[in-house]
Design a protein around this ligand. Structure first.
Ligand SMILES: NC(=O)c1ccc[n+]([C@@H]2O[C@H](COP(=O)([O-])OP(=O)(O)OC[C@H]3O[C@@H](n4cnc5c(N)ncnc54)[C@H](OP(=O)(O)O)[C@@H]3O)[C@@H](O)[C@H]2O)c1
Length: 297
């Protein structure tokens, strides 16, 4: 049994938190929650305007927002990010790392290029692993720290036409699960948040309504709440859903799928997940900035 279960609550106030993917979507909701708890939030994303906006919101909400423009897909350049954080904060003292940045490329698997595959795996998986590898020694030295990973329901059941994303999130969860146990004798906690389809962010950008898959939906606020609860309560793996009933039904569904994998396939057919994920999104076809990329792009 891990000793993390017996640790006292962690206070977020005054902590220095690195949050990737903070410029919009779920990351912005997480940033606001952490700001309300009076944390210093180092927001990492590529969009300068998005970072300026969220940092100003963080300041207004009682926290301190610091924006760092960085493309996390450039995993070999992560030490430069660490150096910049050190320059901006005066010291290198990250208390909490939230690995949230993520992208999806919706595509029939045979139509992925190697570049697509490498991009999704770099942003969603390798960046989180590498950033953690770089912040961990300092956390171990000072004897405290927390790593929070934003995973997905696709860690439990693969999403058709989103296979590389599913692989990245399943990999993220298993890596983090192993790391949590590895770090159990220390005072470093690893938490994994598994949201369902959200009304904002990647899923909504793909013109899908979470109402179409209500049993698997989470609001971005639910996700943000789960993040600070995971930090405060040293949470392990948290399935995020709209309410108590749907959350537990979702957990039950995942458990049944472990026993009966065919049940999961049948559920994807019944909820029409194949067609949902295949659907082209007209609004994206002219946008080069969108990160959710459909087959038609
Ligand atoms: N929305 C959902 O339905 C849903 C469901 C389950 C899990 N999730 C997970 O939740 C997390 C957030 O998703 P979201 O829906 O909020 O997505 P989103 O609205 O598309 O936002 C993605 C965030 O990641 C940043 N980002 C993307 N690529 C980046 C890169 N190369 N370097 C630095 N930052 C990068 C973006 O900032 P810039 O563009 O400014 O770089 C943005 O802040 C992801 O890990 C996603 O897998 C989402």
């Amino acid at each position: 049994m891990s000793n993390t279960q017996f640790r006292p609550m962690t206070t977020i106030k005054g902590k220095t938190i690195v949050l990737t993917g903070a410029s919009r979507g779920i990351g912005a909701f997480i940033a606001r929650e952490l700001a309300k708890k009076q944390a210093t939030v180092i927001c990492v994303s590529r969009s300068q305007s998005g970072l300026e906006r969220i940092c100003s919101e963080i300041d207004d909400l009682g926290g301190k927002g610091i924006g760092v423009i960085f493309d996390v897909s450039k995993v070999e350049r992560m030490p430069e990010l660490m150096y910049e954080i050190k320059q901006l904060t005066g010291s290198f003292n990250v208390d909490i790392l939230v690995n949230n940045a993520g992208i999806e490329i919706y595509r029939s698997f045979q139509n992925y290029s190697l570049k697509d595959i490498q991009l999704v795996l770099s942003v969603n998986l390798i960046a989180a692993i590498e950033l953690t590898r770089l912040v961990l020694p300092n956390m171990l030295n000072k004897g405290s720290g927390h790593i929070v990973n934003i995973a997905s329901f696709s860690t439990q059941k693969g999403h058709p036409y989103d296979s590389v994303y599913s692989a990245s999130k399943a990999g993220l969860l298993m890596w983090a699960d192993a790391l949590r146990d590895e770090l159990a004798p220390t005072d470093i906690i690893v938490s994994n948040i598994c949201p369902g389809y959200s009304q904002r962010g990647l899923f909504a950008d793909n013109n899908m309504s979470a109402a179409q898959v209500t049993e698997a939906s989470s609001t971005p606020q639910n996700v943000a709440t789960a993040v600070y609860q995971a930090i405060e309560n040293n949470g392990n793996q948290m399935v995020v859903n709209d309410n108590f009933f749907t959350r537990n039904m979702t957990k039950l569904k995942f458990a049944v799928e472990q026993f009966l994998p065919n049940f999961g396939d049948a559920d994807n057919q019944i909820t029409d997940e194949n067609n949902l994920n295949k659907r082209p999104n007209q609004s994206q076809q002219n946008s080069k900035e969108k990160l959710v990329i459909n087959e038609t792009d």
